[in-house]
Write a protein of this length. Sequence first.
Length: 295
Amino acid sequence: MASLKEVKGRIGSVKGTLKITSAMKMVASAKLHKAQEVIEGMLPYEQQLSRIFTGFMSSGRMPDTPLINERPVKNIALVVCSSNNSLCGGFNANVIRMVNQWLQQHEDLGKDHIKIFAVGRKVAEAVRKAGYEVVGDYTHLADKPSYDEAAALAETLMQAFLQGEVDRVELIYHHFRSTASQTLEHAVFLPFVQPAVEETENENKEAEEEELADYIVEPSVPELLQQLLPSVLRTKIYTVVLDSSASEHAARTMAMQVATDNANDLIQDLTIMYNKSRQQVITNELLDIMGGSMS
């Protein structure tokens, strides 16, 4: 059995860890609250924009732009969102695992035909370790999401697609649902496809068609969609970055909560061990005293 000094030292060490994890949980929780407000304010706008696009495109009125044209995939780009720091549970590990699976599925294209845009240092390091080159430096977007910088990334992707440098652009990121739930998403960014809109209990396709029928569009729907599509794509990238940021803070909050609970449990166990050891020492001393007096 460990000595009293060793157990007391372990208790002090765990208490120090408890203070750190508790402080990190409070910081992550504060950041999560702010990020959650931003993403919850942004999602309705992005979803309504997608809903309008869905209605127009489902009616057969397609924009006259190469951004919706599918072609044989010879060059492909992947935008991946992770965090810059660790201590957020399986957040980064899940992203890296999906990226590695994706790279294995597309290894027949060759490394020269795959471009990786990493938003976050952890996935950038993993991609370089796998032997692939990371295009650009977007790690700062993981800590401080900015619409201007996200729009610049979207412009880079659109120009690469229009110029034929890439034939397809895909996204891997976490979608924030709640503090305890973040789902890993894999979506196609370009060519732009008709977005899937989730119907609520009070909405259906007929209601959407009636709503769209009230729109007066000038000069024409295809021209409107052609001008609006770049805005939709820029908004999509910004929403993805916000989604990933909120998911990171939620994952870190939960991880630090679990670490804090484990530290509390360990302190209780060590305290019991310390008390038992101390009681045993006192009992042994009493037995020695009684044995000496009897002799």
